[in-house]
Ligand binder design. Structure first.
Ligand code: SF4
Length: 247
């Protein structure tokens, strides 16, 4: 046998063990999802009546709680401003006051205005349908090029407003999956996103609810002082905080 060439069976074995590993990983991810869903039920995100409202909410929720965003969204609704053309026309100072409850209101008002200019420029021309027609990868690049839109906001828009199979990562995802021993604590956003997208069926409905379940686990159990004994993921292997130490 020439040097450097591995026997076929060893290659097959290597492939087989990789396949087995991938299957185990897939099963583990689905198992986590099913346990959480059995506890919380299907969560039906995102809390927004239209794709445009979801996009506005995704920008307003940066660095604040959803309760604060809801107050800002209510103000916009009361002023009939949750319509792209009307929101584009409103004066910056008025917008700042209306979204004040969401925090960082000056910065967010500017970000909304910048996003609206992007939304009304070609090739989108103010149309959600045009956004939906653009492939996910290209649309993602376009969103990330808009000032003030980072990966989490872009992916929330892609998944929850445009129904594209893109997995949303947040601080809860990183915390929970490192606690479960499935991802390194310092893993990058992109690597963790690819980890989910490559190991789960490419389903918008699954990605939608899976991220919502992660947020629910994070909010209710996997907090600074973890409530491990009550958590639906409590007895999963390699979960390091079973004694309720702060994470
Ligand atoms: S069992 Fe504890 S550490 Fe593990 S995910 Fe639940 S709350 Fe977090």
């Amino acid at each position: 046998m020439p040097h450097g060439k591995k026997p076929q069976h060893s290659r097959r074995l290597k492939n087989a063990s990789r396949q087995t590993r991938d299957q185990v990983l897939r099963q583990a991810l689905l198992n986590i999802y099913r346990r959480s869903r059995a506890h919380f039920g299907r969560l039906d995100w995102w809390p927004g009546e239209t794709p445009f409202e979801v996009m506005v909410g995704a920008i307003l929720t940066q660095n604040t709680s959803w309760a604060n965003v809801e107050r800002a969204i209510d103000n916009l609704k009361k002023n009939q401003l949750l319509q792209p053309r009307r929101l584009r026309k409103v004066k910056l100072q008025k917008l700042e006051q209306l979204i004040r409850p969401s925090g960082y209101f000056r910065q967010k008002a500017r970000r909304l205005k910048i996003f609206l200019e992007f939304f009304f420029a070609p090739p989108l021309n103010g149309s959600i349908a045009n956004m939906k027609k653009i492939p996910a990868g290209r649309m993602r690049q376009m969103l990330l090029a808009v000032k003030g839109i980072g990966p989490e906001t872009a992916d929330s828009i892609l998944l929850y407003a445009l129904d594209k199979p893109v997995f949303v990562i947040d601080a809860y995802t990183r915390r929970i999956f490192s606690q479960l021993g499935l991802a390194p604590e310092k893993i990058s956003y992109e690597d963790l996103r690819k980890f989910f997208e490559q190991n789960l069926p490419q389903s918008v409905s699954l990605f939608n609810d899976y991220h919502a379940q992660i947020v629910a686990i994070g909010k209710h159990f996997c907090k600074k002082r973890a409530k491990c004994q009550l958590c639906p993921l409590f007895d999963l292997r390699k979960c390091h905080a079973h004694d309720s130490r702060p994470l």
